[in-house]
Each structure stands twice: as C-alpha cells, then as structure tokens.
Design a binder for this molecule. Structure first.
Ligand code: F6R
Length: 614
C-alpha cells in the first residue's frame, strides 16, 4: 500500500522519481505527488488526485529542477483521494516534506497535541502529523536528524517514512517502525535512491540494503548512516541484486493481466527449473533448509496467506495431506495471528505471499516465530520482509507481476506448493519411485498444457458477451477444485465489480441454492475425477432451477455438453494437476468479462498490489 521513493545525487531528481513512481504505482493509485528541493533548497511540490498520469500532465510544461527529491503514490487509508490528501505532506512552514506508507495509529492523539501547539492541518490524513511533529522538535532546537528520531519514537503502528528538510538540503532521512512495507536503499555512483521496493531502483542500482524495523537511514549522496531510533549505531551489509532489471511493459498485450496470463507456461518452467529431475525421477528443493531429521519430525503443517495466496494454500493443504502424510490446516493470516493457535517446534508453518509484504501475513509469521514453529515462506521477490522472517524461502519465480489481480503468482505458488508436498513426501519415505515418476512426468507437461489452455481465447470473448451484464455469479467446486471456485469468484469480483461467491458445491443445498434463478450464472468446476458424479448432481440441481451453467470440464467428457449451457474444456490430467489447469479459465473468464464491462483491469478500484496495512 502506497509507494514511496527518494533520490539524492548528481542527476536531475524529478525524472528518476517519476519513473520510479511508475514502477511503484501498482501499490496504490489514488493520488501521486513529488517534491524536489532546488539549488537553494526551496521545495517545489506537485501533487494530484488520481493516477500518476494526472500528475504527469500537471508537469507537462516542465519538471521541477533539483538533485534531491521524494515522491509518493497513494492508497488511501485516512481521507479520500484528493489533492490535499496526496503526499508529500508538509508542516506549516513548508520546511519539512514527508512521504509515508502505513497507518499512524496514534495520529488523533498526536494531532490534538500539535493543534494545541498551533499547527494547522490542511488534509484529513494521518501522515500530515509527521512533518508537523518533526518541525515542532526542530523548533525546540533539535537537528533535522534528532527531530526525525524524536518524532519516530512518538509514532505508533506500522509506518515507513521518507523525509526532506529545506534547512538541511543535503540529506534524505528514512525510518521504519513496525512492518509497514519495506524501505530499500540503493547505492549508485555519487547517488543514492530509496524506495518501497526494488522494482523502482533496479534501473539505477544493483547494490541495496534493507531498512529493518526500528532503524533510521540518513542518506547523503555518497554515504548512508544507519542507526536505531534510540540512537545506537547499526552495521548493515549491502546485498547485490542478482536478477536483471525487470522491465514493465505491456508489449503486444492490451493489459498487464493478459500479458501475465500468457507468461504462465514460461513462469511455471522457471518455478520447476532445478527442482524437478526426470531421469532418475526426483523432486528436490535445495532452498528448503531443514535437515532430513527435522522433516521427519514435523507432525503438522499450517499454511497461511491472504486472498489469492490463501486460495493457493487451500489446494496446497490437500497435497501436503496426501503426498507428505502430514496433518495440515490452512488459515487466513489475519485470523491466525489473533487466535491462540497451537504451535510447537514440530509444526511447520508455510506462508504464501507473492509480495512478501502483506502486513497480515508478516504479523502471523512473527506470531509463529514467537511460538517456536519452523517456517518456510513462498515469495516472488528476493529480500522482501517475509523472506527475512522465515527459516527457509522458496522463491516462486513468477517474474514481475504488475497487474493487481494475481494470476501467474497464483499458478507459480500452486506449483511450488505441489513441489514442496512432493519433496516432503519423498523425504518422509511416502512416495514410491513409481509414483514419483508419474508426478514428475505430469509436471513436465504442465507448461505445455497451460499453453494450450491460453491459446483458445475466442471462447472467453463470446462468454463475456453473453454474461458480462449479469449482476451475480456463483462458482462451485469440490475437493481440490473448491479453492479454485473461491479464486474464480475473487478474480471476477475484483476486476469486473460483479458480485460473485465461491462455494464447495456440497454446501449449495444448505443455503446458496435459494439464489438460483434464470438470472444466475453458475461456473461449475466439473473435472473427470472421483467427485465427478457428485458435481454432475449439482449441475443438474442448478439447471432444474433455471440457472445457467458454465462448466469447466475435462476434454473427452461426453455428458457435460448436454447439461451445461457452455463448456470450457481443460486437458485431461490427474486430480493433482487439474486445479492448476483450472486456474487459467478462472483468470480468462474474469479478464474478458472485465474488458467487456470497460473496467480498469490492471488497476481495479480500491485495491493495491501489496497490502502493507492491516
Ligand atoms: C487478488 C490478490 C490478493 C492477494 C493478497 C495477498 O488477485 O492478488 O488477494 O493475493 O492481497 O497478497 P500477497 O500474496 O502479496 O501476500
């Protein structure tokens, strides 16, 4: 939530900041703003409600001059998406400029105190307290750095902040309290950059360092000084970013979401690379830093995640149970962290967060750590916060995902979970060589099967024409496809704004069936597996009540065509692989319906790619 960036160096700051905000815009797009100090230290501040393009048009006659500046792209928490509420925020004198990501939990108390001291507030944000607070300490005689330290120690909640001062225009100060998304500092030649994540820095730097909770970085163009908020000094190691600069262009596609759907065969290949061997058959996860003895001793797994990542975990749970022979639960991170969940050193907590920054999942991971559980996390980005909490990290290797709706990160999380379950099963002696061979052979065909599913898109355009004006949708599935029904409903509602619910099909008779009439389309996941007959029964029940059925069925099924109004065909595969394949129709159906409705597919309203607040 919210993207923040800062630049200090020899080059003009504004173009670098605006380019970086482009890379960070997926984090929030309610408003954007930039502040640059000119050569005499005078701030030039521009902000605009709406997407970054609005700010760019405000600046079309010329960018502000100066070699030091900060920028922000906002996902609103306190106060609507207006020009006034856009960051950077300043104090009354205009000396201090702040960009902020997070929630200042005690802002009402601080605001009252500051108002009593004569500060005037012009926005409805919690963030505006921060420049006023810093300025009030400077007025009392503190240096810029001491004033920031004093302000940081008064703030509660999870917050990441970047600050400029007109009085000391040779530095940028940043601090982080609580898990409010990252601050990455990039080291260039005679220049330094700071940003919420690495994507904004990669065009300029390869050496980076991450600010930890409770730390302050004082950044000049050639040195970064790290201290703790209490003043103690901190030694920090730089890390070299190993992957090539990630380019975020849509290429031939009309949306990032469609591009990312198309990238799935390659992304899955990357996920499998080095982890699956064909001759002799094997699954190994070198990154899983647990000894064989530890793996034997695990008696339970708990999978945590939010939204799409949790849906991947719901499928993962069934693989862990059947392949690794472990009791497994799956929980929504925001629920898990606040219940008194039982865990001990024989519990394996598996967290899934493509961004590695989801506040709820980070909170749940911290809780699991306190309770002594061992942890592995699945993540798409190196060095992010989740990867620093877990004992072991399994990169899902989906590549950069820009569209807010998760597609390839979902599929790559599924594939990584399947490999994890297989690896644990092998280590626990539960998977015979014959079974392993079948698993591995099928995984080898997975990219090709996904490619086949993606190539047939005309049918989705036709379906979208027929169904895009419906007000509600129901998605039904059983077994490993029940989470896919949940995911299908989530994809549709988040990008098309159609109300949709995903249910285990057996639950339908216990309530949802009363919703069915001729206006209700039902997407039924009906693969040819052990639950096929049961799903057919549910399809019949919908048809008997005049609902329309879009069936997602297995190629070669000769019966489903007579029952369903429309059929989306999925290649034949085992019951383990089918849920991965079924992800593709869920994505394409939602995508084409959203396009037909004229929705902003890549940046759906009210959402953000990284949810760094609770
Ligand atoms: C929906 C979607 C979200 C995320 C959720 C968790 O398309 O992308 O539901 O899955 O916000 O995000 P991560 O995986 O970054 O923890």
């Amino acid at each position: 939530m919210c993207g923040i960036i800062g630049y200090i160096g020899e080059r003009a700051a504004a173009p670098i900041i605006l380019e970086g905000l482009g890379a960070l815009e997926y984090r929030g797009y309610d408003s954007a703003g930039i502040a640059v100090l000119d050569e005499v230290g005078m701030p030039q501040l521009y902000k605009s409600a709406g997407k970054l393009s609005k700010l760019r048009s405000k600046l079309r006659n010329g960018l502000p001059d100066g070699n030091i500046g900060i920028g922000h792209t906002r996902w609103a928490t306190h106060g609507g998406p207006t020009d006034f509420n856009a960051h950077p925020h300043t104090d009354g004198t205009g000396d201090i400029l702040v960009v902020h990501n997070g929630i200042l939990e005690n802002y009402l108390e601080l605001k009252q105190e500051l108002v009593a001291k004569g500060c005037e507030f012009i926005s409805q944000t919690d963030a505006e307290c921060i420049p006023h607070l810093i300025e009030s300490y400077m007025r009392e005689g503190c240096s810029f750095e001491d004033a920031v330290r004093a302000a940081a120690s008064r703030m509660e909640g999870a917050n990441a902040v970047v600050v400029l001062s007109r009085k000391e225009p040779d530095k940028i100060i940043s601090f982080k309290i609580g898990n409010a998304g990252g601050i990455v500092i990039g080291y260039g030649e005679d220049e330094m950059l700071l940003a919420s994540d690495i994507s904004a820095l990669l065009p300029h730097v390869r050496d980076v360092a991450y600010l930890a909770v409770g730390e302050i970085a004082t950044v000049t163009r050639d040195v970064v000084k790290y201290t703790r908020i209490d003043g103690a000094s901190v030694k920090k190691k730089k890390a070299r970013v190993s992957y090539e600069a990630m380019t975020a262009t849509k290429g031939e596609y009309s949306h990032f979401m469609l591009k990312e759907i198309h990238e799935q065969p390659d992304a899955v290949l990357d996920t499998l690379r080095g982890r699956v061997q064909f001759d002799p058959p094997g699954i190994t996860l070198p990154e899983l830093a647990f000894t064989d003895e530890e793996i034997q001793k695990f008696n339970r797994a708990v999978i945590i995640g939010m939204g799409t990542s949790m849906h991947a975990g719901m499928v993962g749970r069934m693989w862990i149970e059947s392949l690794a022979g472990m009791a497994c639960e799956v929980d929504n991170s925001s629920e898990f962290r606040y219940r008194d969940a039982y865990m001990d050193e024989n519990t394996l907590v598996i967290s899934i967060s493509q961004s590695g920054e989801t506040a709820d999942t980070l909170g749940a991971m911290e809780e699991a750590k306190l309770r002594g559980a061992r942890q592995v996390t699945l993540c798409n980005y190196e060095g992010t916060q989740s990867t620093r909490i877990a004992d072991a990290v399994l990169p899902i290797r989906a590549g950069l995902e820009i569209s807010v709706a998760g597609t390839k990160t979902f599929v790559c999380s599924l594939v990584t979970l399947y490999a994890l379950a297989g690896h644990l099963g092998v280590k626990r002696g539960l998977i015979s060589r014959k079974r392993l061979k079948t698993i591995v052979q099928e995984l080898a065909h997975l990219p090709e099967m996904i490619g086949q599913l993606i190539s047939d898109q005309a049918q989705y355009e036709r379906l979208a024409l027929n169904y895009a004006r419906r007000a509600n949708f129901l998605f039904l599935g059983r077994g490993k496809n029940y989470p896919l029904a949940m995911e299908g409903a989530l994809k549709l509602k988040e990008i098309s704004y159609i109300h949709a619910e995903g249910y285990p099909a057996g639950e339908m008779k216990h309530g949802p069936i009363s919703l069915i009439d001729r206006k209700m389309p039902v997407v039924a996941l009906v693969p040819k597996d052990d639950l096929y007959e049961k799903m057919l029964g549910n399809v019949n029940e919908v048809k008997a009540r005049r609902g329309s059925v879009i069936a997602v069925a297995t190629e070669g099924d000769e019966h489903i065509g007579d029952k369903a109004n429309d059929v989306i065909w999925v290649p034949q595969a085992s019951a383990n692989i089918t849920p991965i394949l079924n992800a593709i129709p869920m994505q394409l159906l939602a995508y084409y319906i959203a396009v037909e409705r004229g929705c902003d597919v890549d940046m759906p309203r009210n959402l953000a790619k990284s949810v760094t607040v609770e």
